[in-house]
Ligand binder design. Structure first.
Ligand code: 1GP
Length: 251
């Protein structure tokens, strides 16, 4: 039986039609169950293209319930972005099947993938193979600390390009350039451009993006998908999701 690629195809179509796609990341630890229905509706009404769910830690319980509530309220794809094996849920549409290719920690390169594969099959959620690359971004980020890996130096585009190409040759569908949640500096446009021009697979960019203008610059540099998380949790501006979506949808 062939593995379904329905949501992957949907995302590619979005990037083609809209110039780029806008993903809102929900950290399950940052929201209570009773806040999720209205937040999810706000994201959908703000014209985001998909919801990512994930975080480096999972301190509070009710993960599965939170994914269920988000999925029920969402009119756009709900995609897991798991920081660990505990962040899998049958309620989601798909999962970014990440391999932390910038690091040399076998747990995040292949061990967790082996443990997760049968669970994903049983849950019938679509895996989207993604080369996950931590990029240097100032202070140590939660993802760097928790994965016990070093990020790619930001002044070494050649190293980043070679990693991204390796991901493509290994058959991965996306590259995720990750500055880290709440990063001091987001991935610079020059780095995105170097990678996006070098590989044929779409590039997702996230971490430390705080304004629609910063998002737009990264789309113009070649990002196919933009992710924001933190900034929406902190902002009082109820139009911010829409402003990000408009900045990202350059098509
Ligand atoms: C983190 O790329 C995401 O994995 C989003 O980061 O929370 O800094 O927007 P922010």
């Amino acid at each position: 039986m062939e593995q379904t690629t329905l949501h992957y195809a949907k995302l590619i179509d979005i990037a083609d039609r809209r110039g780029a796609g806008y993903f809102v990341l929900i950290d399950p630890d940052a929201k209570q169950v009773n806040e999720l229905q209205s937040f999810t509706r706000q994201i959908c009404e703000g014209d985001a293209d998909a919801i990512l769910i994930g975080g480096s830690l999972l301190i509070h319980a009710q993960y599965d319930e939170k994914v269920r509530v988000i999925k029920e309220a969402a009119s756009i794809p709900v995609i897991l972005f798991p920081g660990s094996l505990r962040q899998l849920s049958k309620h989601a549409d798909a999962v970014l099947y990440l391999s932390l290719i910038s690091g040399r920690n076998p747990n995040y390169l292949i061990s967790d993938q082996v443990l997760g594969a049968p669970l994903i099959k049983r849950m019938q959620i679509e895996p989207i193979p993604t080369g996950y690359m931590l990029m240097e971004s100032g202070r140590t980020t939660a993802a760097q600390f928790m994965s016990n890996t070093r990020p790619i130096p930001i002044d070494k585009p050649d190293i980043a390009m070679a990693h991204a190409l390796a991901a493509q040759y290994l058959g991965m569908r996306f590259i995720y350039l990750e500055a880290g949640s709440g990063a001091e500096y987001p991935v610079p446009p020059e780095m995105i451009q170097a990678i996006a021009e070098f590989v044929d697979i779409p590039v997702i960019v996230g971490g430390g993006i705080r304004s629609p203008a910063e998002a737009r610059k990264r789309v113009n540099a070649g990002a196919s998908f933009l992710v924001t998380g933190n900034v929406l949790e902190k902002s009082e501006n109820e139009h911010l999701i829409r402003e990000f979506a408009d900045a990202v949808h350059v098509g």
